[in-house]
Design a protein around this ligand. Structure first.
Ligand SMILES: [Zn+2]
Length: 329
């Protein structure tokens, strides 16, 4: 068994002729969709438009990444099938899915968006405003992430950690008008997706630290049906924590012995020489919340009416869960 990992970041090998997962040379027609076929069918996405980082517009069916036939058939399709099956059972099904599989599924979509951006940036005719490929710290982070994402292809056991934080929430149907929704933040590596009433938010490279830090938030939402505006706040809190998170976990492969059929990875978080989180700033959090609350047109002044306690739809003054059926302006 070949346990060799592929590192596209070493030579910045981002092109339409390298499989995103194993690097094999391919012709440009070998591709896989960033959002699985089943997802596109189920939520009628193929012709829906989405906005890319460079402000260009594409559609779900056009959003594909280079992928060899072997990786497509052996690693991508089985993963999609597994998630499709879990998703058919709603939030409960998704929560029961193996966490590593959920990480890989969300990670593949996130990485698909990233690869699309990196391929564009490699085009000499393009001059992006904020090239991701020229930020060494970001590239280090992406390269660490891709190492663990390869568990999709190369059997891998994470010694005592999960590379990410996954949060789940259920949305009440009453005022929910979005059967499908997704959001991502390339630099903080955060991705959220809503399938029907089930919402999943993932911070992809924090070794589960944000999940522990926001344990109370997840606990409060557990077993509740959130109003869509509450989900927006739930996500804002997670996205903001990811924004404050300042450490890049490092991963190390244990020495491979002849006959090994998988890799074992250990991890290291340097929380001795640096703080794990940058200090909380209410104004920055309010910006994040304002962004998430855009569909309701709630502005920062309103959020910060009581500066010590930013507006919340989730929690009451005693920090208990606040049930909400309808949003009344
Ligand atoms: Zn491949």
């Amino acid at each position: 068994m070949d346990l060799t990992l592929y590192d596209p970041f070493e030579k910045m090998q981002f092109s339409d002729t390298n499989c995103f997962l194993c690097g094999t040379n391919i012709t440009p027609e070998h591709r896989t969709p960033v959002f699985g076929e089943w997802l596109q069918q189920k939520y009628k996405l193929p012709d829906k438009e989405l906005l890319m980082l460079d402000k260009s517009v594409t559609t779900y069916q056009e959003l594909t990444i280079p992928c060899c036939d072997h990786c497509h058939a052996h690693y991508v399709l089985p993963l999609e099938a597994e998630v499709a099956e879990a998703a058919s059972k709603g939030l409960e099904g998704l929560q029961a899915l193996d966490q590593q599989r959920m990480f890989q599924w969300i990670g593949k979509m996130y990485y698909g968006m990233l690869v699309t951006e990196l391929i564009k940036e490699a085009n000499p005719l393009m001059t992006p405003a904020y090239p991701v490929s020229e930020d060494p710290k970001m590239l280090g982070k992406f390269s660490s992430f891709f190492m663990v994402l390869q568990s999709m292809r190369v059997p891998m056991v994470f010694s005592d950690f999960l590379p990410c934080s996954i949060f789940y929430a259920e949305v009440a149907p009453l005022e929910d008008e979005q059967p499908f929704e997704y959001q991502d933040e390339l630099s903080t590596m955060t991705f959220s997706i809503k399938l029907g009433s089930a919402a999943v938010t993932c911070v992809l490279l924090d070794n589960g630290i944000i999940k522990r830090a926001l344990g109370r938030l997840q606990h409060l939402a557990q077993g509740q049906q959130l109003h869509p505006i509450q989900l927006a706040e739930f996500k804002a809190r997670i996205y903001y924590a990811a924004y404050l998170f300042s450490i890049i976990p490092e991963y190390f492969i244990r020495q491979v012995k002849p006959g090994d059929d998988h890799l074992v990875l250990d991890t290291l978080i340097d929380d001795v020489t640096q703080d794990v989180f940058n200090p909380w700033e209410t104004l920055a959090y309010a910006h994040m919340l304002e962004e998430m609350l855009k569909p309701w047109g709630i502005r920062e002044q309103e959020i910060l009416q009581a500066p010590q306690q930013p507006l919340s739809f989730l929690l009451d003054a005693e920090n208990r869960f606040k049930p909400m059926e309808r949003y009344v302006r």
